[in-house]
Design a binder for this molecule. Structure first.
Ligand SMILES: [Zn+2]
Length: 448
C-alpha cells in the first residue's frame, strides 16, 4: 500500500469517452500528464475529484478560429477568445492567419502574433500561416517558426490585407508546402462565380439575405474543391478543405481520398444547425443540411471546427446584406452543439464526437505530441461534461468580447463543468479560474 500520494490528481469514477469507446474508469495525473487509467485505481492523489455521473472527454481541439489579434483585438483577441474556448471545453486552438493585422504571412508577423497569444491565451494553441500572392518566398521561414499549415483563400476573404490566391499562386504554394511537409488549407469557393454574381445583385439593388445566398451557389464550392484536389494530386501536397457547407462537397473530398489523394475536410456547427446567419460559404437549404448530417454519420466528415469569426454587433447590422460582416461567433458552443444536435437529436455516438472534436484533429495536423487523446502519456487536456443537464444559452454566459452569438436562446445539452489544460483547471463551474498559461504547440520533430 502507498501511504503517500503518488499522483497530483485523480479523477474518480468518470465515464471516459474516446474514439475507441466509452468506459467508466479512474484517471490519474502527474505533472500535467495522464499517467494511469484503471477501473479502480489504487493509491491516492493530492487532489481527488469525484466524477461519478460525469463524462470525461479529451479536450476539444478547434482547428479553425479567428481571434483577430494583433491589430483587430477590438473584434475579439486571445484573452476573451480563449476564455470562451475554456468555457466550452476547448483546450487547444489553431488561429487563422487573417483578420489579425498584420496577417500571419511571414516570420515577423508570426512573432507578433505568438507574443500576443503567449501573453494572454488560457489554452494551448498553434498558428496557421497564410499563402497570399507574393509571399511564397516566406513559406520557408513560416514553416521554420512552426506554423501548423498554410491557409489560402480561393475567393475574396473580405479582408483587404489577405487577398485571395490566383491559381498559379495556389499551385506553386502547394508545391512548396509539399516540400516543407506542411498541409495547405483552402477556403474553397470559385471567385469568378461568387464575385460576379455579387456585383450583379448589388448593381440591380438586390441586397437582401436571399440575394446574398444566391450569389454563392453550391456549384462555386464544388468547382473550387475539385480544383484544389487536382492541385493537391499534381503537387503531392496534403490538402484540407475548410468549412465545407454541402453534402456534395464532402462527397468530392471522400471520393478523392478513396483515389489515394491526401485530402481532408471539416464542417462547422453553423452548417449543421442554423437556418439564418451570414457566413461564406453561406448556409444551405434544409435538404443540404440533412445531407451534411448524413455525411457526418457515415464517417466522411473527419472534424468539426467552429470557424469562430466575431465582429462588433454594429458590423452585423445593415439592411444591405452584402455589407454585413460574414462571420459567426460560436467557438464557446462547439462541443455542446454536437452533443445537442448530434448525440441527442440524431444519435451520433459520443465516440464519434470525441474523434470529430479532438482525436482526428490531432492526427491530421500532427503528430501533435500529447494532444487529442485520453491515453496514458497524453497531456491531461480534459473536459468534464454533465450530460444530464440541458439549459438555454444566455448572452451573459458568453465570454466573447462581444456577447452575441446565433446560438443564444438555444437549449444546449451537456453542461461543461470543468476544463483542464495539461492538468491545470482553467474553467470551473461557470468561472475562469486560471492565469493565462497557454503554450504554442508544434508538430513532433519541430521542437528546438
Ligand atoms: Zn475562417
Amino acid at each position: 500500500m502507498n501511504f503517500m500520494s503518488q499522483y497530483d490528481l485523480i479523477l474518480r469514477n468518470g465515464t471516459l469517452v474516446t474514439a475507441a469507446g466509452v468506459k467508466q474508469a479512474d484517471l490519474a495525473i502527474v505533472d500535467g500528464r495522464v499517467v494511469a487509467i484503471d477501473a479502480e485505481l489504487a493509491g491516492t492523489g493530492k487532489e481527488e475529484i469525484d466524477a461519478r455521473g460525469l463524462y470525461v472527454f479529451p479536450g476539444v481541439i478547434d482547428a479553425h478560429v479567428h481571434f483577430n489579434e494583433p491589430g483587430r483585438t477590438e473584434w475579439e483577441g486571445f484573452a476573451t477568445g480563449t476564455r470562451a474556448l475554456a468555457a466550452g471545453g476547448t483546450t487547444t486552438f489553431f488561429d487563422m492567419p487573417l483578420n489579425a493585422h498584420p496577417p500571419t504571412i511571414d516570420a515577423a508577423s508570426f512573432d507578433l502574433k505568438l507574443a500576443a497569444a503567449q501573453a494572454t491565451a488560457l489554452v494551448d494553441f498553434a498558428l496557421w500561416g497564410g499563402i497570399v500572392p507574393g509571399n511564397l518566398d516566406q513559406l520557408d521561414e513560416l514553416a521554420g517558426r512552426g506554423v501548423i499549415g498554410f491557409k489560402a483563400f480561393m475567393s475574396n476573404s473580405g479582408i483587404e490585407d489577405f487577398p485571395s490566391v490566383d491559381d498559379l499562386t495556389l499551385y506553386e504554394g502547394m508545391a512548396r508546402a509539399a516540400k516543407l511537409g506542411k498541409i495547405v488549407a483552402v477556403h474553397a469557393e470559385n471567385d469568378q462565380i461568387t464575385s460576379r454574381l455579387a456585383q450583379r445583385a448589388i448593381a440591380e439593388g438586390r441586397t437582401g439575405i436571399r440575394d446574398y445566398l444566391a450569389s454563392r451557389p453550391v456549384v462555386a464550392e464544388l468547382e473550387a474543391i475539385e480544383r484544389a484536389i487536382l492541385f493537391a494530386s499534381e503537387t503531392g501536397c496534403a490538402l484540407h478543405i475548410v468549412h465545407v457547407s454541402s453534402g456534395r462537397g464532402i462527397q468530392l473530398v471522400t471520393a478523392a481520398r478513396q483515389r489515394g489523394i491526401n485530402v481532408s475536410c471539416e464542417t462547422c456547427p453553423h452548417y449543421l444547425v442554423l437556418a439564418v446567419a451570414k457566413c461564406a460559404p453561406p448556409l444551405r437549404s434544409q435538404e443540404e443540411q440533412e445531407a451534411l448530417w448524413q455525411q457526418v454519420h457515415a464517417g466522411n466528415v473527419p472534424m468539426v471546427t467552429s470557424d469562430h469569426s466575431p465582429a462588433p454587433a454594429s458590423m452585423k447590422a445593415d439592411s444591405n446584406f452584402f455589407k454585413v460582416w460574414g462571420g459567426i461567433s460560436g467557438c464557446q458552443s462547439l462541443l455542446q452543439l454536437l452533443l445537442t444536435e448530434g448525440y441527442e437529436r440524431r444519435q451520433l455516438p459520443l465516440t464519434m464526437i470525441a474523434a470529430l472534436t479532438s482525436e482526428y484533429v490531432a492526427q491530421r495536423f500532427g503528430p501533435l505530441p500529447g494532444k487529442g487523446s485520453l491515453a496514458v502519456g497524453a497531456d491531461a487536456d480534459i473536459v468534464l461534461v454533465d450530460l444530464q443537464d440541458s439549459s438555454m444559452l444566455h448572452d451573459d454566459q458568453l465570454f466573447y468580447r462581444h456577447r452575441h452569438s446565433p446560438y443564444v436562446g438555444k437549449t444546449l445539452r451537456g453542461r461543461i463543468g470543468r476544463t483542464m489544460v495539461r492538468g491545470r483547471t482553467v474553467f470551473l463551474e461557470g468561472k475562469v479560474v486560471s492565469e493565462p498559461t497557454g503554450r504554442l504547440i508544434r508538430q513532433a520533430g519541430l521542437y528546438e
